[in-house]
Structures are given as C-alpha cells and as structure tokens.
Design a protein around this ligand. Structure first.
Ligand code: ZN
Length: 411
C-alpha cells in the first residue's frame, strides 16, 4: 500500500511538472485572445475614397482533388463566416475528370469563387493556375516552362506555390507571382507531441490560436521574392498568401472500434480562412468580379495579412512624385513610379498603430514605431515594400509580420 501511494505521488508529480508549461500557455492564449479583441475594436474605418479593400483566400482544395474531404458547402460557409469577398479554388488535377471545370465558380452566398488548379511538375515545381479559360492539360506539359506558357496562353494567372520546394527559379519565366507564405507548409512543421498537449489544454477554448505555436516568419520566401524583383535583372512579380486549405491537418486518436477519442483539427476551412488572407484593392464603386479581381491581382494591387492578429482591412501603401493632379492618381503597391527631383513620397496607413518597416531591395531603410500613418521620401531607385508588426502583442508574435505588402517599383 505504501509503495502504491509512493508510485501515485510520483505519477502526479511528473504530470504536474510536464503539464505546467501547457497550462501556463493556455493562460497566455487567453490574454492574447483578449488583446486581439481589443485591437479589432480599435480599428479605424477605411477612409480611402479611391480603392476598396477586398479580403479573400487563394489556394483552396475540396474533395474533388483528393487529400481532402471538404465539401462545397463547408467552403462556402467558412468563407461567409469569415466575411470573405473571394475564394480562389485550386483543385489538384485528376486523370478521370476536369476538376477545374467542376469546382466552385461565380458568386455563391455573396462570395466570389474563381476556379483553378494546383499543378505539379517533376514533384517540385508547383503552380496555382486560375482564371482565364481551360488550358487543355492532355498531354501533360513536358516542362515547367511549358506549363507556364500554356496557362498564360489560356489567359490564366500563374503563381508559384510551395516556394520551399520549387526548383526552377532560374530557368522559369513568365509567371505572375509567388506564395510568400503557405499555411499548410508552416503547419506541417509542427511538433506533434507538443501540439497534443497544447491541444489538450487549449483546443477547446482557443482552437484558432494554436496556429501561433508554429507561425514562422517566411524569411526565406521573402528573400527569394526580393532576389527576383530586385537588381538589374529584377522583374515585377506579385506576392500572395497560399492558404493551401484542405481541412486535413491535425491529430486524431481512435479506439479499436474506430470512434474518435480525441480529435484536433488544425485547419478546418473556417480557421484556415481566418489566419492569413490576400487583400486585393479594386476601384471603389465597382462590384467585385472575376475580371477586376484578377486584373488587380496581376498588377500587384494586393497585400498579405495575418488577419487573425487583427483584421488589416484599410492598410494602404501608396506613392506620389508630385506630378499627379489628384490623390486618385497616386501610385499603389504593385505599381511603378518615376523619380523626380524631390524624390518619391511613400505613404503607409494601417488600421491600428503598428511598427512599420520600409524595405528597399531586401534591406530595411526606414522604421516608424507606434504609428497608424507614416510618410517617408525615397531618393533612390529600388523596389520598396512594407512589413508591419504589432508590438502590442506578446512575444514572439510582436516580432513576426502582421502585414506584408507588394512593392512599389521606384525607377
Ligand atoms: Zn495545395
């Protein structure tokens, strides 16, 4: 009996010691959740008279392309619950039927759906191709470049997906842009035992915040983006976020009869659509359509935001060189602008106070703290983009990007 009590005491002690960090973490997530609510309540309304900010998600799979059991109803409901304006579907191709033709397209429940595919060349070079017309995938393209050329000939947009595995950076040309963040790739790096205990304590109350456990700043992708856009050989490409939503990442424990004992889903659509979004700017007063959405995306009138930390709607990064007559003629992220004698005035606006970094060709050249609007003059040619942070959040989130803009090209 005495030995049994001793054993019990040891087991309890071990449980206490190992679980304390996860219990403390649950407390931290509660505080983070409250802070996020506070930030969202402080948001300034979007006062831009010229452009309207449409938030949406790109890179979404349904049951059609395998690896996912998600239905169209799941996806539509998740988009509505998140107040999304658009969803770009990118189904895996199938040998048996045309997944692009069969997936969601057009306006459903107030959400604009654009149909497309996620293709894979030699298991490394993956693309999101969407919009335009069908490109006829049989016979399969013989190279990465042929894939790009065919998609473009069909009027589709072509974005590099999964930049972490993409190989043909040097050879491939003509694609419109790249994912600078892929949520699925980030989620897959998670440490499963840690996730299990984290989930045990926090999943019920703060399922959406478990993402903060594995969020890595996409530094390698941003370096790649700066390399491709900067320097003498640099060209215009567009940065987007890939939600890569399948609703298939998580942990499930089943008993012998197949009943789920403990199930923890990291990426149901509703949550994936909440974490990160691509915002697209379209002239105010126009209804969002496939045509104006894709035109704005192609021009880079877009930015990536981790809206789960605070809805970034209303963020703007614009430029003027003094030759414009009206505010409507100011340049927007994605645009080119010519230098004049007085330099180019860059202007950043955020819906809540933030720390703003202005980056030129990959280097931080200016920083502003605790501001919701900031101006700075660029006197040198270069590729200028903006990253915003929320120091109001606790570490490590305070030092991880909240907003990542597309660049303004000062020539
Ligand atoms: Zn995918």
């Amino acid at each position: 009996m005495k030995r049994l009590l001793k054993l019990l005491a040891v087991v309890l002690l071990v449980a206490l010691v190992t679980q304390t960090p996860f219990i403390y973490r649950r407390y931290q997530l509660g505080r983070l959740n409250a802070k996020i609510h506070e930030l969202n309540n402080e948001r300034a309304a979007d006062a831009d008279p010229v452009y309207a900010d449409h938030k949406g998600v790109i890179h979404v799979h349904s049951f059609l392309g395998g690896h996912s059991a998600g239905t169209f109803a799941d996806i539509t409901q998740a988009a509505q619950a998140n107040g999304l304006a658009f969803v770009v579907m990118t189904e895996h191709p199938s040998g048996d039927f045309d997944t692009r033709a069969l997936t969601l397209r057009g306006v459903r429940g107030g959400v604009l759906f654009v149909a497309g595919n996620e293709t894979s060349e030699s298991d490394a070079d993956r693309f999101l191709t969407f919009g335009g017309t069908a490109s006829g995938d049989a016979p399969a393209p013989s190279s990465t470049q042929e894939r790009i050329d065919r998609a473009r000939a069909a009027g589709q947009l072509v974005f590099v997906a999964h930049p972490e595995t993409f190989r043909s950076w040097r050879e491939a040309g003509g694609f419109d842009g790249m994912e600078i963040y892929n949520l699925h790739a980030d989620a897959k790096q998670i440490n499963r035992p840690l996730l299990f205990f984290d989930g045990l304590w926090s999943y019920r109350s703060y399922p959406h915040l478990l993402w903060t456990r594995f969020y890595q700043s996409p530094d390698a992708n941003l370096r790649r983006f700066d390399e491709l856009t900067g320097g003498a050989a640099g060209r215009k490409i567009v940065a987007i976020a890939g939600n890569d939503a399948h609703a298939n990442v998580g942990l499930t424990f089943q008993d012998l009869a197949g009943h789920t004992v403990f199930g923890l889903k990291l990426d149901p659509y509703e949550r994936s659509f909440q974490v990160v979004r691509t915002h697209v700017l379209v002239a105010r007063g126009q209804a969002l359509s496939e045509e104006n959405l894709l035109a704005a995306l192609a021009r880079g009138h877009a930015y990536v935001a981790f809206d789960i930390l605070c809805d970034a709607s209303g963020f703007r990064f614009t430029a003027s060189n003094g030759t414009e007559q009206k505010f409507a003629e100011h340049k927007l992220m994605g645009d080119e602008i010519a230098r004049t004698g007085a330099g180019v005035r860059l202007r950043v606006t955020t819906p809540v106070r933030s720390r703003i970094e202005i980056i030129r060709d990959g280097q931080v050249v200016n920083e502003a703290r605790d501001v919701s609007s900031h101006e700075w003059t660029a006197n040198e040619a270069g590729v200028y983009r903006v990253v915003c942070y929320l120091p109001q959040l606790s570490a490590p989130l305070d030092a991880k990007p909240w907003i990542i803009s597309n660049p303004i090209y000062v020539r």
